[in-house]
Write a protein that binds this ligand. Structure first.
Ligand SMILES: *[C@@H]1O[C@H](CO)[C@@H](O)[C@H](O)[C@H]1NC(C)=O
Ligand SMILES: *[C@@H]1O[C@H](CO)[C@@H](O)[C@H](O)[C@H]1NC(C)=O
Ligand SMILES: *[C@@H]1O[C@H](CO)[C@@H](O)[C@H](O)[C@H]1NC(C)=O
Ligand SMILES: *[C@@H]1O[C@H](CO)[C@@H](O)[C@H](O)[C@H]1NC(C)=O
Ligand SMILES: *[C@@H]1O[C@H](CO)[C@@H](O)[C@H](O)[C@H]1NC(C)=O
Ligand SMILES: *[C@@H]1O[C@H](CO)[C@@H](O)[C@H](O)[C@H]1NC(C)=O
Ligand SMILES: *[C@@H]1O[C@H](CO)[C@@H](O)[C@H](O)[C@H]1NC(C)=O
Ligand SMILES: *[C@@H]1O[C@H](CO)[C@@H](O)[C@H](O)[C@H]1NC(C)=O
Ligand SMILES: *[C@@H]1O[C@H](CO)[C@@H](O)[C@H](O)[C@H]1NC(C)=O
Ligand SMILES: *[C@@H]1O[C@H](CO)[C@@H](O)[C@H](O)[C@H]1NC(C)=O
Ligand SMILES: *[C@@H]1O[C@H](CO)[C@@H](O)[C@H](O)[C@H]1NC(C)=O
Ligand SMILES: *[C@@H]1O[C@H](CO)[C@@H](O)[C@H](O)[C@H]1NC(C)=O
Length: 535
């Protein structure tokens, strides 16, 4: 079997007019293996043969402005060794300082999740325990916006550019910076700070699990990534950090085609047509909330510009802060908003993701089930026996492309897939029913804690006095497993491995209702879904 000349089955993607196309845009954008910034074959290292890495399907992508913080960073003092300016704060009504970088949903730079402090207290393993196996499911690092110019950061950029070009822009007070401001962002590609996040994570995970890298396996460990440029790049920087610069000699990088018409558990939305028809979160839940939380900013800022400010433009301006910071190192927009507005922005993104990919989406479970099936096969050392969902069964049936003997498995993926996998596993710990009219500060579903740039889900198999357990960490927070995953509640959050596997094998696929929710003929409800599927 060869990846080299894949049969292109792809159909032209039906683009949903006006809909938000975040992570999925590049995958649904084109059927051909093209990129405006393609890798060259020289980057395939020594791992050719059965594991070519230059297979194309990089997706779209354009470069943006080159950073120049020597001129653009206008905060006084030093930012330390940080590659970007993160010293912006917001203040709340009581003028208390607030860390905006943890309220940016999937655009937050990686940070350790503060969720589930009750299990974190039990993080240190007993003397009788040892970690036997680990499965790392990893998001790529910081990137340019993926969305089209009709929404989000690009909409804001384009609007300002049009006024600037027309020579009629009014901007003063807190928006005076707009007179000299440019948008400057490209699309889709990983940016250097994203590369650094993945490298750091590779080093971190080597420190955590280095001993599990078994050099006596009969084959090199297989590490899987989707083919899109930012994923492929991310896998390279992570493995650089984990295995060293000669990583291509130590592992086989399996690059799985990501585009319409090809199956992949790592980019499953392409394989569930209904998931691309209706975006409950983007189209119905988030817009309601956006009108509410952007109101204060519109009132405050409108007197300072002649651009008619709308909820979508304020959302775009909030989005520009993390994007420009990641790509260019600095964004004057970061200083413009209040604590309440940043908290509103986080919930906007939470609603989008819960409604498009999580418990509030009819296809939430279905989009995550492919990886869950693979996880269960790996945990139970059993070869793929179906049913086929989003995975490429040709690959999963092959011991070359889907080996079952690795102590360490590493797969790269997108933010939304992390959310869908949690949903398919019935991780109701993250399954809050989010209101579109009210922000619950105690909710568990906070996207920046679940899938920030370089976010990850880690499944550890731990043996204690002869008994096997599974422990699941989301950005270092130990999710306390419970009866919804077939587990007795324990203070340390772990679950007897057999119980977990048995429960998930009995329920996860069935409850995803995959064939119906992905291919059935039904009208998608615009709200009201709470369990990630339909009856
Ligand atoms: C942000 O808050 C910190 C801590 O209160 C303060 O030292 C710093 O000056 C603030 N930064 C800005 C840009 O206001
Ligand atoms: C670890 O030790 C504590 C205290 O002895 C015990 O309650 C707990 O069950 C042990 N955990 C495991 C996984 O064996
Ligand atoms: C900006 O101007 C271009 C050219 O006139 C137009 O096509 C585009 O819709 C405008 N965009 C916005 C967001 O105003
Ligand atoms: C300024 O230019 C923009 C973009 O061309 C246009 O949409 C807007 O109507 C103009 N406003 C005024 C006050 O002339
Ligand atoms: C950076 O500074 C230059 C020179 O002042 C300016 O032209 C450019 O628009 C700035 N870039 C950003 C992203 O603000
Ligand atoms: C990622 O790969 C693209 C080619 O697809 C390359 O142009 C770009 O420079 C890479 N980005 C980083 C941060 O390495
Ligand atoms: C490493 O792999 C070899 C060959 O499969 C196996 O015999 C050995 O037990 C493995 N070691 C560890 C620590 O898993
Ligand atoms: C499965 O993977 C093989 C190998 O890359 C490829 O030839 C085939 O087209 C893929 N099939 C689907 C449905 O993705
Ligand atoms: C790809 O997924 C579809 C939908 O689940 C399935 O019918 C098909 O058999 C899969 N193809 C492969 C090669 O796994
Ligand atoms: C999933 O969680 C829900 C909510 O707690 C629960 O009612 C249901 O039984 C769980 N499903 C499984 C298969 O455990
Ligand atoms: C889907 O269901 C609707 C309403 O029942 C029906 O009118 C339509 O013909 C069906 N479409 C297909 C492709 O079966
Ligand atoms: C999800 O909720 C729907 C509607 O309440 C119900 O019909 C269905 O059985 C539930 N499915 C699961 C797996 O909980």
């Amino acid at each position: 079997m060869k990846f080299a000349t894949p049969l292109v089955l792809a159909l032209a993607a039906p683009l949903v007019a006006g809909s938000v196309l975040r992570e999925r845009q590049a995958s649904s954008s084109s059927s051909s293996a093209t990129s405006s910034s393609s890798t060259s074959s020289s980057s395939s290292g020594s791992s050719g043969g059965a594991f070519p890495t230059d297979i194309g399907y990089l997706g779209k992508g354009t470069a943006g402005q080159v950073p120049f913080l020597a001129e653009n960073d206008t905060l006084p003092g030093s930012r330390g060794n940080s590659p970007y300016e993160y010293r912006f704060n917001a203040t709340d009504a009581d003028a208390e300082e607030f860390d905006i970088w943890k309220s940016m949903g999937n655009l937050s730079p990686y940070y350790s999740s503060p969720s589930y402090p009750e299990t974190t207290a039990h993080k240190v393993l007993n003397d009788t325990c040892s970690v036997k196996q680990v499965h790392i499911f990893h998001r790529h690092g910081a990137r340019y916006p993926t969305s089209g110019s009709s929404e989000g950061a690009p909409l804001l950029g384009q609007t300002v550019a049009n006024y600037t070009a027309a020579g009629n822009l009014t901007a003063n007070g807190p928006l005076a910076f707009l007179k000299k401001w440019t948008y400057g962002l490209g699309t889709e590609l990983l940016v250097p700070i994203g590369a650094q996040q993945l490298f750091d994570s590779g080093v971190y995970h080597y420190q955590q699990y280095g001993k599990l890298f078994n050099t006596s396996l009969p084959h090199k460990p297989v590490v899987r990534t989707p083919s899109q440029s930012r994923m492929l790049n991310s896998s390279r920087y992570f493995t650089l950090g984990f295995f060293g610069y000669d990583a291509p000699e130590k592992i086989d990088l399996e690059v799985i085609i990501e585009t319409d018409g090809f199956n992949s558990s790592l980019s499953p939305y392409d394989d569930c047509p209904s998931a691309e028809d209706v975006y409950v979160g983007d189209d119905y839940l988030a817009p309601v909330w956006r009108k509410i939380y952007t109101k204060s900013a519109i009132e405050r800022l409108q007197p300072h510009t002649n651009i008619p400010l709308t909820p979508d433009l304020i959302y775009g301006a909030l989005s520009v802060c993390p994007y420009q910071s990641a790509a260019l190192g600095y964004s004057p927009w970061c200083g413009v908003f209040t604590r309440e507005e940043w908290e509103g922005f986080e919930l906007d993104l939470d609603l989008q993701f819960a409604g498009d990919y999580g418990f509030l989406s009819p296809t939430g479970r279905a989009q995550g089930i492919g990886y869950v099936q693979e996880l269960l096969d790996r945990l139970s050392n059993s070869s793929f026996s179906g049913p086929v969902t989003t995975q490429n069964s040709t690959l999963d049936e092959s011991s070359t492309y889907f080996p079952l003997d690795q102590p360490i498995y590493i797969d790269f993926t997108h933010d939304d897939v992390i959310v869908s996998v949690l949903t398919a596993l019935n991780m109701t710990q993250t399954g809050d029913y989010l209101s579109s009219t009210h922000r619950d500060p105690k909710r568990n579903f906070v996207l920046s804690r679940i899938a920030p740039f370089a976010g990850r889900l880690v499944f550890e198999v731990i043996e204690c006095s002869g008994k096997h357990y599974i422990r699941i960490l989301n950005n270092e927070a130990i999710i306390p497993l419970n009866e919804d995953q077939g587990c007795p509640r324990r203070a340390d959050g772990m679950c007897p491995l057999e119980d977990f596997i048995k429960h998930q094998k009995a329920h996860a696929y069935k409850d995803s209702n995959f064939d119906y929710v992905c291919f059935g003929n039904y009208t998608t409800p615009h709200s009201g879904v709470r369990n990630g599927t339909l009856g």
